[in-house]
Structures are given as C-alpha cells and as structure tokens.
Design a protein around this ligand. Sequence first.
Ligand code: ADP
Length: 536
Amino acid sequence: MEVIELSLPATNRLATEYMEGAFPVHEAFHPCSFEERLHELQKRTYARDALVDHLLAYHKQFQASEETIANIEKLRHRESVVVIGGQQAGLLTGPLYTIYKIISIITLAKQQEQQLRVPVVPVFWMASEDHDIAEINYVHVAQRGKVKKHVYSPLAKEKRMAAHIELDADALKQWIDDIFKTFGETNVTNELRTYIYECMATSKTVADFFAAIVLKLFAKEGIVIVDAAHPHLRAIEREWFMTLAREHEAITTALQTQQRHLAQLGYEQSIDVSPMCAHLFYDDGQRRLLYYDDEQHCFYTKDGVYRFTRDELRQRIESEPQSFSNNVVTRPLMQEWLFPTLAFIAGPGEIAYWAELKRVFEHFHWHMPPIVPRLSLTLIERHIATDLADVQMTVAEALTNGTKQALEEWVRNNQPVAFDETFHEAKKQIAHIHEQLRQLGMQVDPHLERVMLKNAERVETQIDYLQQLITRRMLQKHDVHVRKYERIELSLRPNNMLQERVWNVLYYMNRYGLDFVDRLLHVDYRWNGMHKIVYL
Ligand code: ADP
C-alpha cells in the first residue's frame, strides 16, 4: 500500500494547530519525551495485580488470542506501561476512525517497546457505559449513489448503556445481511459473514459485540480491551471514585481556571459543565449526573430522585461501585490512575478537551501523558484513483473542495458555446418585451399590474426550465463522465466529511480480503500529524 501525506485541517482549530506544531503546547499540556514520561511512571504504583486478574477474566469469554493474554500478563511487571486510547462501542466497530485509533495505539506501542526496552501494552478503552446509543446504533451504506444511515432498529429508541443492551441475534443477522447486500457479493463475502457471526456468538451485549470484533481483528497484535462499564473494573476503581467525590470542587475550579486561560488565548471552550457538577454519574439503570448543593452540603440528581450526604455517597461507592461512572473530566483521571500511561492516543475532539484538563491533572500532582494525535487516513481504491485521473483532479482537491465545483466547471466548459450568455441575453430581451406588454395592460386597467408581474415571472421560469432541461440532457449524454465525479465524492467525501468519519471497515474487508486491517497496520506511518492517503 503506497502512502502520500497531506496537510488537512482537523475538526477544530486547537487540534489543527496542535497537529501542525503551531499550538503553544506548554499552555495546555505537559509535553515531554517518552523517556521522561517512563521515568515519571516508574515512580508511581498501580493496582496492577487486581487489574490483570480482572482483564484475564474479562477476555476469557472472547477466547482472546495468546498475544492478548501475554500482553495482559505483561502489566503485572512493574516496569511495563501502556499506550491507550478509546472510543464508544459502535456497531460493527463504527466509522473507520476507530480502527485507525487502534492501529495508532498498536503501532506506537510497538515502536516504543523497541525504543524504551520495557513492555509497552496496547490498550483500548471501550466506552461501554455510554448511553448515547443514537451515536452507535447504525452503519452508513451507499444506496443509489447516496450515503444512507442503516439503523439496527432494536436500538432505535434505546436509552441504556451499550454494556447493558443484549443482542437480538435474529434481528442483528438480518441487519448485517442487509448491509452485505449493499456491498455486493465477492469471493470473501461468505467468509466475512461467518467471521462476524462468530463474533456474535461470543457476545451477549452490544459492547461485547464490539469487543469481540476488535479482539479478532487485532488478535495477532495482542490488543487489550478495557470494558469501562464492567462491575469488576468498577470495584477496582472504588478507591479513586472516593477521591473524585471528595475533590469535585477543586476539580471544577482547576477546570474553569484552565478554560479561562484558553479563552484568553483565543480558543473556544470544549467542555461545558455547570459549576455545581460533581463529575460523577450515578446509575440505577438510568444514568444521572451528580451535582453538589453548597448550602445543603449534599449531592443530588437534577430530577430530584437522589440526594446523598457526603457520608452516604461514600457508603454507596463502597457498597455499589458498579453504579458509579465518570464524566468527560474524570474519565481521563480514572485512566491516569488505573494505567501507567506512556501515551494517550487522541482524536481531534479529545485533543481540544484534554487541553482544558491541564490544571485538573496538576491538582492531583500529575503530569498529563504525552498526547499523540491518532492517525487520520483516506483510502483510495484503484477505481477511484482511475476516476480522479480521468477527471483530472488530485486527491488534495477532492478532499479539500469536494467534486461539486469541479463538476460545475466541467459542465460550463462542455456546454454549447455561449450557453449561459445566450440564456441570459434571452431573458433580458424577453423581460424587455414583457415590460412593453405590461405598459399596454396598464393603460387599460392599472389593477392588472399584479397579475401581469406574475405572468412575467412565469415566462422567466419557463426559460430557466429550458436551460435546466438542456443541462440535464447534456449530463445524461455524458453520464459516464459525470458518474466519475459522483463516485469520487461518495468514496472520499461522503456527507461532505472525511471518509474515516463515515464508512465502515467491513466494506473494505469485503472487497480487499479478511486480512485488510492487518495490511493497513503494516504500512509505515510517520507520526507527523499529516493526513495519510493510502492507495489500495
Ligand atoms: P458503484 O458501486 O457503482 O461504484 P456507488 O455510487 O454505489 O457506485 O459508489 C461509489 C463509490 O463509493 C464506490 O465505487 C466505492 O468506491 C464507494 N463506496 C460505496 N459504498 C461504500 C461503502 N459502504 N463504504 C465505503 N465506500 C463505499
């Protein structure tokens, strides 16, 4: 697979500047080398054995690979560290960027293991406690040349967290078969379908299904998954939940101070929390954010269902840690407390909100881990490369401007000579003639003015129609050429977004083989924040 690089803006300014090296990193992060970070981590202690025991038990149900088990075991060693990153548990792994995040984690972990000569374990933090199911209950497919959201209907109105939603095997199989139909049959379709069915067989919930696919796709690389909602993990986290519950005011103050600092530097705020937020959720089947009431000295949920004194909250955390979970501010702190984090792999949104957490980390006398932007890729299929050449467009043009302008320009250049001008002139002359007719009418009855103006409008609409009719016929005549622009757009800029934010990996596995991800993983990527164009 050949790769070229391109500088592309990210989804927010802070991340774009961070990736280009233009962001003043000391203002919002604790930049350091991996060696320095390793030294720092080696002075700290972690609940390594409890974590390893839990991870071994968790991975059993998926019949995880030997490599994954060996990686988990490595975490027992005092000198081992992790490269970590995470995402929600999207159906069929969600958009390609999740795959790219995992590839980033694995690639960086391998490189640093060689460099630092300590075990570096690749860990994926699955945000299975997320209850924003509308974000994960579909994949996009192409239908009649358009991007279409294909929703798994049992999840259409779901409000529970991904870790608690059981799979409906029949409905899921039907939903998957419908997706495969849109891809078209290839010589690996059957094998791929079996591959996915096997993942279903080891999964009880939506979160399990995600984990099963990821563990299979990256089996040889030994990826390790942390199921953030797992009750056994929560039991390990109990101690830190206690600290977070005690420190919530200091957390908010530190967050707000850093947010003001970034605002003064001209950056938009990413994290939006109320000053009363206690940064923890309480979950009794429904996930509710906890707030703190300064006057009554107690924690409460907005709907008034729960009120806890400090002591009551401590008791709850003690007796039912599985009911507590982190918000956007405390999740990174939990990760930092649980794992010896050599590096955090971040998407553009995460880079922007982690920038607001610098002082929160400092409050706990920690430095933030080095934050490494995940790889960002566009895959160019052979036939798309041919289309680009045929319409004489570069990938850079297609990615930055899309194909719409280029197609319009091509139409202008290929229509009859002076096409637009002739129509423009015709309209002008007709308007002039019509005005003379209106004057006649006005002489007879001034009340006719409105109806005559309406008539002028109709005549003009007819001319517009004629112009569109001829243009349409011309596009039909050149259909093969026009379709090329549409195919490029659909493949590279679906819904006006980067391909990695829309398309799913199964399409590519169906076309390019079950080892597609493996091959993508072995491309030689450079960590320079540039967008990678990968030719398939
Ligand atoms: P065709 O399949 O005839 O090329 P489409 O308009 O359906 O026409 O698709 C145009 C291009 O968009 C495809 O050739 C392919 O490169 C890309 N594409 C279509 N569907 C998907 C998908 N589900 N995932 C990724 N890319 C897709």
